[in-house]
Design a protein around this ligand. Structure first.
Ligand code: ATP
Length: 177
């Protein structure tokens, strides 16, 4: 079976590190399709209700993966989500982990109205590099890029690097998996 003609990229990281902003700029620059998983889960009800402790939807991973399977098989997607271990490894050609210094992330999350346990959980997630570890446990290390996302300059540099990666990407020949 022929492989996909365009790559799939996963952009992950703690909430507030800039996944959606980076993914939408990259989608504009490359004409790849941006999938904001959080929005998709809400829109298509790919969840098992609302977690009133964590103040977020309880993701149904099977429903989400079934929903995305055909799109991912076709290729040409930028998937943006704050978790990564449950996606099939074969979906992605590149996994980007965005990281933000804690004081900057604190300001971004408080500006967005996060407080209490939710704020604390997200800051700890970034301090302990939970998403970087999750990516390293779930994907080949040579397809992972860890990128700083502290400033607008970082964001535009990251988009340029990723745009160049997309331009140089070539489909894997059938039989050369
Ligand atoms: N590198 C950056 N420099 C400056 N501001 C940034 C940067 N990245 C993100 N921001 C700002 O931080 C806020 C959060 O960004 P964004 O929504 O893209 O993060 P996210 O990782 O997608 O969050 P979530 O997982 O909650 O959707 C936005 O106001 C955005 O403009």
């Amino acid at each position: 079976m022929a492989g996909r003609e365009k790559p799939n990229i996963l952009i992950t990281g703690t909430p507030g590190t800039g996944k959606t902003s980076t993914a939408s700029l990259l989608a504009e620059a490359t004409h790849l399709h941006h999938i904001n998983v959080g929005e998709l889960v809400k829109e298509k009800h790919l969840h098992d209700g609302w977690d009133s402790d964590l103040l977020c939807h309880i993701l149904n991973e099977d429903l989400l993966c079934d929903e995305l399977e055909d799109t991912m098989t076709n290729g040409g997607n930028i998937v943006d989500y704050h978790a990564c271990e449950f996606f099939p490894e074969r979906w992605f050609d590149l996994v980007v982990v965005l990281q933000t210094d804690n004081s900057i992330l604190y300001d971004r999350l408080t500006n967005r109205g996060y407080s209490g346990q939710k704020l604390q959980n997200n800051l700890e997630c970034e301090i302990f590099q939970v998403l970087r570890e999750e990516a390293e446990e779930s994907y080949r290390h040579d397809i992972i890029k860890v990128m700083a996302s502290n400033t607008i300059e970082d964001m535009s540099d990251n988009v340029e690097v990723l745009k160049a990666w997309v331009a140089s990407w070539r489909p894997v020949e059938a039989g050369c998996t």
